[in-house]
Design a protein around this ligand. Structure first.
Ligand code: NAD
Length: 381
C-alpha cells in the first residue's frame, strides 16, 4: 500500500509528517511512499531529497490524496481534506477529536479509519509514538530560546574585566513534558531556575535537573491539585491562594517566567495575574505556553508578542514546534513511523487495524463507519 503526505494547508505551519529518513523506514515496512511537491520545503527537506530516498513526488494535492491508501499529516484535516477520504483510506494526524466533532463525524460517514496522534495512550509501550510529548519537548526548549531572544541580558552570571553580571532568574510554572524541557534548557544556559507544579512527585525530577522546586506555605501536604493518572486536577481555592501568594512574592525577583500549566479537558488555569506582571522588572519576559488554551497569564494575547507599560514582554505564540520545523518534523515523522510499525505486524505494507490493541484502539477515533471516540481506558500502564 501507499503512504502519502500532503503539504500542510494551515497558514504558517512549517512541519511535514514524512521526512526522507522516515520514508526509508516506511519502505522497510513494505510501503510505497509519496509526498506532495514542496511539502517539506519549510522544514528543510527538498523534493530532490525525497526522490533520492525513493519517494514519489506528486504534483497536486488531489493526486496525493486520491493515490494514497494512508495519509499522514500534521494538523487536523480541513473539511476539504476530509472530502478526499473514503472507506479504503486511513488518515493519521493530530485531530483533537473533542474539539472537532463535526470533522470526526464527516470522516466516520466516509467510512475512513482515523488515527489521532493526540490520542495515543500515554503508556510506557507507546512512548515512541507519543507525539504530544515530542512536540511539548520542543515547545519547552524553544520557549526558553524565545525568552532569551527577547531578554537583554545573559542567562549565566559572569565576572569579566568589564564588570560583574548576575545570573538571570527563571521561573517555570508546570513541570510536565514541556516544563521539564524548559528547565533543562534554562539550567544548561546557566540561569538560576525555579519550578513549581501541583504534582509533588515532580520535585525530585526538578531538583535532579539543577533547578529549585518552589514549595508553598500550605498547611496540608502539597498534594492538592494532584490527581491520579499523572495529570493535574483543579486546585482548591485555598491551595490556589497559597500558590498565588508565593508567585506574588517571586514576581519582582524573576527575570523570565515560562508558564506551561494545563489541566486535561479544561481551560488553562490563570496563575500569573495582572498585579504580578506589574510587579516584574522592566526587561523581564513571560512566555505563556498555555496560550492556546486561554493562557496561564491574565494578559497573554494568543499568537502575539507585546510589551506592557512597565516594560515586560509577554509572548503567547502557539506555534513553537513549527518554529523548529526540521527538528519537529524529524521527531513527528519518527512517531508516525513507530505507529506504522505497530500497524504492520508482517512488515508487508498491509496495515492491520487491530482494535484489540490498546494503543491502536486508543488512538483510533473513527473506524468502519463508526465514531470510536472516546476509547475505553487502556488495560495496561
Ligand atoms: P500537561 O501538559 O497536561 O500539564 C503540564 C503541567 O502543568 C503538568 O505537570 C501539571 O501537573 C501542571 N499543572 C497543572 N495545573 C497546575 C497549577 N495550577 N500550577 C502548576 N502546575 C500545574 O502535562 P504533560 O506534560 O502532558 O504531562 C502530564 C503527565 O503525563 C506527567 O505525569 C507525565 O509524566 C505524564 N506522561 C507520561 C507519558 C508516558 O508514560 N508515556 C508520556 C508523557 C507524559
Amino acid at each position: 500500500m501507499r503512504i502519502g503526505t500532503p503539504r500542510e494547508v494551515l497558514q504558517g505551519e512549517a512541519r511535514v509528517a514524512m521526512t526522507p529518513d522516515s520514508a526509508l523506514q516506511l519502505q522497510k515496512l513494505g510501503y510505497d511512499c509519496a509526498i506532495e511537491s514542496g511539502a517539506g520545503d519549510r522544514a528543510g527537506f527538498t523534493d530532490a531529497a525525497y526522490a533520492a530516498a525513493g519517494v514519489e513526488v506528486v504534483g497536486s494535492t488531489a493526486e496525493l490524496w486520491e493515490s494514497s491508501d494512508i495519509i499522514a499529516k500534521v494538523r487536523p484535516p480541513t473539511e476539504e481534506e476530509v472530502g478526499y477520504l473514503s472507506s479504503d483510506k486511513t488518515l493519521i494526524s493530530f485531530f483533537y477529536p473533542a474539539s472537532n466533532e463535526n470533522l470526526m463525524q464527516l470522516a466516520a460517514d466516509k467510512g475512513a479509519s482515523v488515527v489521532a496522534m493526540d490520542m495515543v495512550p500515554r503508556i510506557s509501550r507507546a512512548q515512541k509514538m507519543d507525539a504530544l510529548s515530542s512536540m511539548a519537548n520542543i515547545a519547552g526548549y524553544r520557549a526558553v530560546i524565545e525568552a532569551g531572544n527577547n531578554f537583554g541580558r545573559f542567562f549565566t552570571g559572569q565576572i569579566t574585566a568589564a564588570g560583574k553580571v548576575p545570573p538571570a532568574k527563571v521561573l517555570i510554572v508546570g513541570a510536565g513534558v514541556a516544563g521539564l524541557a524548559a528547565i533543562g534548557t534554562s539550567t544548561s544556559l546557566g540561569a538560576i531556575t525555579y519550578a513549581f507544579d501541583v504534582r509533588p512527585e515532580v520535585a525530585e525530577q526538578v531538583e535532579s535537573m539543577g533547578a529549585e522546586f518552589v514549595y508553598l506555605d500550605f498547611e496540608e501536604e502539597q498534594t492538592d491539585g494532584a490527581s491520579s493518572g499523572g495529570y493535574a486536577a483543579v486546585s482548591s481555592p485555598e491551595f490556589r491562594e497559597a500558590q498565588l501568594a508565593k508567585f506574588r512574592e517571586l514576581a519582582p525577583e524573576m527575570d523570565i517566567v515560562i508558564t506551561t500549566a494545563l489541566i486535561p479537558n479544561r481551560e488553562a488555569p490563570e496563575l500569573w495575574t495582572e498585579d504580578m506582571v506589574k510587579a516584574m522588572k522592566p526587561g523581564s519576559v513571560i512566555v505563556d505556553l498555555a496560550a492556546e488554551r486561554g493562557g496561564n497569564c491574565k494578559l497573554t494575547v494568543k499568537d502575539e508578542k507585546f510589551v506592557t507599560e512597565n516594560g515586560v514582554t509577554i509572548i503567547g505564540y502557539t506555534d513553537f514546534p513549527s518554529r523548529m520545523a526540521t527538528q519537529s518534523s524529524t521527531l513527528y515523522s519518527t512517531n508516525i513511523r513507530h505507529l506504522m510499525t505497530d500497524l504492520t505486524p508482517e512488515k508487508d505494507g498491509m496495515p492491520v487495524h487491530n482494535m484489540e490493541d490498546d494503543v491502536i484502539r486508543g488512538a483510533t477515533i473513527a473506524h468502519a463507519n463508526e465514531i470510536t471516540f472516546p476509547p475505553p481506558p487502556p488495560k495496561v500502564k
